[in-house]
Design a protein around this ligand. Structure first.
Ligand code: PEP
Ligand code: MN
Length: 341
């Protein structure tokens, strides 16, 4: 349920109303926008007397929110959420490029890639240390050592780091990590989501292979229900009958999620296509569709990568993509300005 506050209501009156609503047992989420203040109520509102709330002096209107996700709902928070990670902002502005190898393999590898993507304008460095591999016989990642190497790269380049957490038991290794990545395979690991909800560090939440967008938003809700509002949604391709690509990139996820939610939306063109040659066209399409960022696999030697080589860009290809992405973003801005002037 959302309560719209009248313009000109005094802070003190709003505070009293919040206290009153909390005394009824609701969690109250306050959204103070440029135009409107909205109170979002979470809890069982079925027995609440809407007319009583509506009759209050500072209340303009009360509306029920039908969707099962509340904190993640745009109705609760009409403005785009902007998340700041180590000085980089994601959401509602210039798309952020998150780039790096699928897996951290060695000091030399991660430093080379980190330096290159930084030069090309990446805002964050990605790299898997704890890897969820389909086969138990494949390279499983360097684990804690991988995180140590990511931290070295962060120290040298200043790039905030994004890396996957597979289990809450790995948390002690994540102190210096800037963004937790929750992988597709763990999107519905509710225990993990709940624990991440108790922390105050951004989470990049990937959509599961066979999950709906509503299920993705419900997973975001698990994190947000614990008070951690810094969730970045990521579309990374879903399973369909199509076999020409590794997965099928559901690009409509961008406008759909942005209509339904205020959270930033990032596209992963690497896992969704599985082929380096498709990463550039899908990245540019994602920017045109309004994505807040891209998470792209880049390797200094793709043919010898220990994981996901075929979909990894060389640093040169990434540099070219970064330039093209910027041009597309400028074109989108110019187009929007021309249409509204
Ligand atoms: C990854 O980012 O390397 C990864 C394993 O992604 P996903 O969870 O989308 O498969
Ligand atoms: Mn990968």
């Amino acid at each position: 349920m959302i309560v719209l506050i009248k313009d000109g209501a005094k802070e003190e009156q709003v505070r009293q109303l919040i206290e009153r609503l909390e005394s009824f047992g609701f969690q109250v989420h306050v959204s103070k926008g440029v135009v409107k203040t909205i109170l979002g109520l979470v809890g069982n509102t079925a027995r609440l007397d809407i007319d009583l709330i509506r009759s209050m002096e500072i209340v303009q209107d009360v509306k029920r929110v039908q969707e099962p996700y509340k904190n993640a709902n745009r109705k609760f928070h009409p403005e785009d959420t902007v998340i700041t990670v180590g000085g980089v902002t994601i959401g509602g502005g210039k798309p952020v490029l998150i780039a790096g190898p699928c897996s951290v393999e060695s000091e030399d590898q991660i430093l080379q890639v980190a330096r290159a993507v930084k030069r090309s304008g990446a805002g964050m460095l990605r790299g898997g240390a704890f890897k969820p591999r389909t086969s138990p016989y494949s390279f499983q990642g360097l684990g804690a050592e991988g995180i140590r190497l990511l931290l070295l790269a962060k120290e040298e380049t200043g790039l905030p780091i994004v890396t996957e957490i597979m289990d809450q038991g790995q948390l002690p290794f994540f102190d210096g990590v800037d963004v937790f990545q929750v992988g597709a395979r763990n999107m519905q690991n509710y225990e993990l989501l709940r624990v991440l909800g108790t922390l105050r560090k951004p989470v990049l939440l990937k959509r599961g292979f066979s999950n709906t967008l509503e299920e993705l938003l419900m997973s975001a809700e698990y994190i947000m229900a614990g008070g951690n509002e810094q969730v970045i949604l990521c579309e990374r391709g879903i399973r369909t009958f199509e076999t020409a690509t590794r997965n099928t990139l559901d690009l409509s996820a961008v406008p759909v999620l942005k209509q339904l939610s205020h959270l930033p939306v990032v596209i992963d063109p690497s896992h969704s296509t599985g082929m380096a040659s498709l990463v550039r066209p899908m990245s540019l399409s994602a920017i045109a569709a309004g994505a807040d960022g891209l998470i792209i696999e880049v390797h200094n030697d793709p043919p010898h990568a220990l994981s996901d080589g075929p979909q990894s860009l060389t640093p040169e290809a990434f540099d070219d993509l970064a330039k093209a992405a910027d041009l597309v973003f400028q074109a989108v801005l110019a187009g929007t300005a021309a249409m509204t002037s």
